[in-house]
Design a binder for this molecule. Structure first.
Ligand code: ADP
Ligand code: ZN
Ligand code: ZN
Length: 746
């Protein structure tokens, strides 16, 4: 594909939307053999030396001011045409630059923020690539010397390395920017991932009829190497993982590779062991706790075809497999697949696009599929629906009892525990069985609820719970509808209409009073802040050193405790009234998952759900394990209010130190959007500006606009147009704008 005399087309790593185009550079004779599509180069750009990505060869309109490539950073391509196409799609769909998307795809290093850990510097290149890297730095002798130093002494801190070489630490940063060094957040020395060669059992289990039918369908398309998306809707314990593994074996048999994405919380050592037992050293594991160096090692193994089964969390979707044939996304409804800062991609969307480019199969699995996937898998939709309706062990799903907390209140009990739950816990403790008490994370936004009748005030326009503000007013953070918080419940006249919600500590305190004899342990982000304490708590509970485990949604997922026979949901209302159009969906998914925790062992289990809204369909459907009932209730609500999956939604978040500025900026953006839309006949609505649910973070005020459109391309185009028009406006004190297409928490 290299044309004689052609110029290299380079995307410069500048991270701005406005420079998102290809620049031409001449290839000096000495680099003729080295410059090829997919490698990174150093190029002069506005008197600076920047990294760039070679995306092709061609001829510019004008060759007068063409500069030369200064050096090459890679000895071999680091991205394929397939990944370049994916980057271009991401740039278009997530409104970033192609360079940003490529960086996201390639980055073998971590983007860990706000964690206090010792950071070590490691080389991002292998020894064999050192020479070409040094050549590229021939005009920067300090950098070259530092790079050599880092190769010989990996694992020093940024400062130590700089001191060792007698240069300023900014030289380290420069090499990190150029992609030659990585800074890893782990303070233990990097070790190569070596996989024990023993105990590989590559034979799968004998599938039951349901699993077999499912696998047959998927296998046909894997063998044909055609793009296809399956939604595997299988109840908890129906054996989805075994289907994934056998589908992977079939993929490997066709000479292609597979990626399995799991939510962060599910990637337990047990999960990794299971894959290693089946696929041995072919498994590469990618997750955010790897150091930059470890991640890089795995990345190499994948790229070189040594590892053909990639098991990982969200960003493993960018693993550099030579010929991916299958993408499995377990728990496809999980919101953790959405990157919620920086480049806000959704791994499920990226997987589907990547599969389409590569001609691969996507297998989405869930016990409670997202409404987006469910709609696409319904009759006439583009996905094929597969169902597993029975548990492997044939045991029924545990019963869930819903406790009406309004009655408790009327009966004079205003505590956290209902009498039903106390009695049930005592019964289990007497028998020596274990109890999980589950609490949704404390809401970042407070709503007010009437504890006599369960009423929660909602926005009459958006059907979103109103957020209580310190000024005593309730506000919709989509459209900014505002009312004064009532003193008396407008529905039943009671005075018990207040904001509420208890933290795990409060639950622990009350539990100690009710169950003084029981051994209690609390698991939340406070108690697991120290590394390793998460698994310590889990192990203590599994080993039965603990009777009652209290925790947030961390304990709802992925974990299997055979001793647990009772799961109590302290209050379903905190999830149900999140100011988010997905609140009902999240409630249904969480409760279904939580209820599925009980009775996974030999003993039958039960779940108890406490709520002030016992009749809400998300709660009754979850208690009955009835997905269809939930979809039948929720789909029409989404449709009538114009929410996803029947529309596409974007959030423009404005932040600034000055509240007036941020309001003004958001207001201007709305005017711009309205001007663009005026007379366009496009069905797009702009809500707000309104304060974001978290209205101030780190001294910066946050306001937002919510934009709804029937089609995603319309949404994208109007936002792009308004951003570029805003960028042209006066720039003195403009607030920072952040775009999130189809955000997960909102
Ligand atoms: P899911 O992922 O659908 O919740 P799992 O994959 O965890 O279900 O399966 C539940 C249990 O059933 C696991 O212990 C698994 O090893 C076992 N299992 C799965 N398929 C079979 C099978 N065909 N025969 C016997 N046991 C199986
Ligand atoms: Zn009331
Ligand atoms: Zn509203």
């Amino acid at each position: 594909m290299k044309k004689i005399g052609a110029f290299a087309e380079v995307i410069v790593a500048l991270n701005t939307r406005s420079t998102d185009r290809v620049f031409h550079y001449a290839v000096p004779a000495a680099l003729q053999d080295k410059v090829e599509v997919g490698i990174r180069v150093l190029v002069p750009f506005n008197n600076r030396s920047l990294a760039g990505y070679v995306t092709g060869f061609g001829f510019p309109e004008n060759t007068v001011n063409i500069k030369e490539i200064a050096g090459v950073l890679d000895a071999e391509p680091v991205f394929t045409p397939e990944l370049l196409e994916l980057a271009r799609w991401m740039a278009e769909n997530y409104l970033c630059s192609t360079a940003e998307a490529l960086q996201r795809i390639l980055s073998p290093r971590l983007l860990v923020k706000g964690q206090r850990v010792v950071k070590q510097v490691h080389p991002a290149i292998q020894a064999k690539d050192l020479e070409s890297a040094l050549n590229s730095l021939s005009r920067a002798p300090k950098q070259a010397a530092l790079l050599k130093k880092a190769m010989i002494n990996p694992g020093l801190t940024r400062k130590e390395l700089a001191v060792a070489e007698g240069v300023s630490a900014s030289v380290v940063d420069t090499l990190v920017e150029k992609g030659l060094l990585v800074i890893s957040p782990e303070n233990s020395p990097r070790r190569l991932v070596r996989v024990a060669q023993t105990s590989v059992d590559s034979n799968g289990l004998v599938l039951n009829d349901g699993q077999k039918e499912t696998l047959d369908q998927v296998a046909r398309d894997i063998r044909q190497g055609m793009f296809k998306v399956f939604l595997l809707h299988g109840i908890t314990g129906s054996g989805k993982t075994e289907v994934y593994m056998q589908a992977i074996s079939i993929t490997l048999g066709t000479g292609r590779q597979a990626v399995v994405l799991v939510p962060e919380i599910s990637l337990t050592p047990q999960m990794v062991d299971m894959f290693r037992r089946r696929f041995g050293g072919q498994v590469a594991v990618l997750h955010s706790a790897l150091s930059g160096g470890e991640r890089y090692d795995e990345w190499r193994r994948i790229k070189e075809g040594e590892a053909s089964v990639v098991l990982g969390t969200r960003s493993a979707i960018f693993a550099p497999l030579p010929r991916p044939g299958l993408f499995v996304i377990d728990e496809e409804h999980e919101s953790s697949y959405k990157q919620d800062d920086h480049l806000r991609y959704h791994a499920r969307e990226v997987a589907i696009k990547r599969a389409q480019i590569a001609g691969a199969v996507v297998l989405l699995g869930s016990a409670t599929p997202s409404l987006e996937s469910q709609l696409k898998a319904s009759a006439g939709g583009p996905y094929q629906l597969l169902k597993l309706t029975d548990r492997i062990d044939g045991r029924p799903l545990p019963l869930a009892r819903v406790v009406d907390m309004r009655l408790e209140m009327k009966g004079g009990n205003s505590g956290i525990f209902s009498r039903t739950l106390v009695a049930a816990v005592n019964k289990r403790l007497d028998k020596g069985e274990q109890v999980l008490l589950f609490l949704n994370r404390r809401g970042y936004a407070t709503f007010i609820i009437c504890r006599e009748c369960g009423l929660v005030l909602k926005c009459p326009r958006c059907d979103i719970s109103l957020i209580y503000h310190r000024d005593g007013r309730l506000r919709c953070h989509y459209c900014n509808y505002t009312v004064r918080a009532p003193d008396l419940c407008p529905s039943c006249g009671s005075q018990s209409i207040k904001h509420f919600g208890a933290g795990t500590q409060k639950v622990e305190e009350e539990a100690r009073q009710f169950f003084p004899e029981a051994r209690l342990l609390r698991m939340d982000s406070d108690s697991t802040a120290r590394k390793g304490s998460h698994s310590k708590i889990i192990n203590a509970f599994r080993d039965r050193q603990v009777d009652i485990l209290i925790g947030t949604q961390m304990i709802a997922k992925g974990l299997d405790f055979p001793g647990v026979t009772l799961v109590g949901v302290i209050n379903a209302d905190t999830t149900l009234h999140m100011p988010d159009f997905r609140a009902a969906e999240r409630t249904f998914q969480l409760l279904t998952q939580v209820a599925g925790r009980a009775g996974r062992g030999e003993l039958p289990g039960e779940a108890i759900i406490q709520t002030y809204n016992p009749d809400h369909y998300s709660i009754t459907a979850a208690a009955a394990h009835d997905c269809d009932r939930f979809y039948l209730s929720e789909m029409p609500v989404r449709r009538s209010l114009g929410y996803p999956p029947f529309s596409h939604l974007a959030r423009l978040l404005f932040t600034h130190e000055d509240e007036e500025e941020v309001k003004k900026g958001a207001g201007q953006a709305k005017e711009t959007l309205k001007n663009i839309l005026a007379g366009s006949g496009k069905n797009i609505s702009v809500l707000g500006p309104a304060p974001a649910p978290l209205s101030k973070i780190k001294d910066r005020y946050r306001w937002q606009l919510v934009i709804k459109a029937s089609r995603r391309d319309l949404l994208r185009d109007v936002i792009r147009e308004s951003l570029s028009s805003l960028e042209k406006g006066p720039s003195s004190i403009r607030p920072v704008v952040n775009v999130d297409i189809n955000p997960q928490g909102m």
